[in-house]
Design a protein. Sequence first.
Length: 209
Amino acid sequence: MRSDQMAEILARQGTQRLYAAGDVMLSQGSRGTYLLVLTTGLAKVVQHRRDGTVLWLAFRGPGELLGEVSVLSRGHQLRGADVVAVTPCVTRVLHARWFRQFIEENDLHADLLDRAMEKTRESNEYRAELITLPVRARLARTLQRLSILAGSRQLTGLTQEELAQAVGASRNSVTEALQDLREVGAVATARKVISVVDTRVLDEWADRP
């Protein structure tokens, strides 16, 4: 079974659950009794550290599984992060026992491993960007990824604070970087709306050292 087939099948299972922007979809420290399939919307994964800081980990879009790690862990691992709706989200709720049986019956362990490795690759790439790229390039790459995830050039629901967490920079630095991208015609902004105007220019800025 291909990954796209699995996603299509899972999106028809379970029960539908809706989340408003800002809702916590999965809570850090909770037990993995179920997972979510995100069918519509954009979510973020953040981890609350003991020192009170919030660590941004990833954005997730339609077709993504949310909370599968704790569901599949042999030691009944608690969830390691919050998943929060950035925009209104539509999900399907899959109970852990059903999902584990589905994976066994369809021999999807290799597919899940591929997905996990892809997420690890993304995390490693992100950490490398934090070290090697300036804020403007990191922001441009983040907007590229979000546009692909959302399937739209118009990104809604994002605050500058969330963008700052995502690019590992201060809010003031992100404000300045957005201004630079506006001035070169790469993006246009309104309240909680960022529109990608020129993908070519955005691509150029994403590759600037």
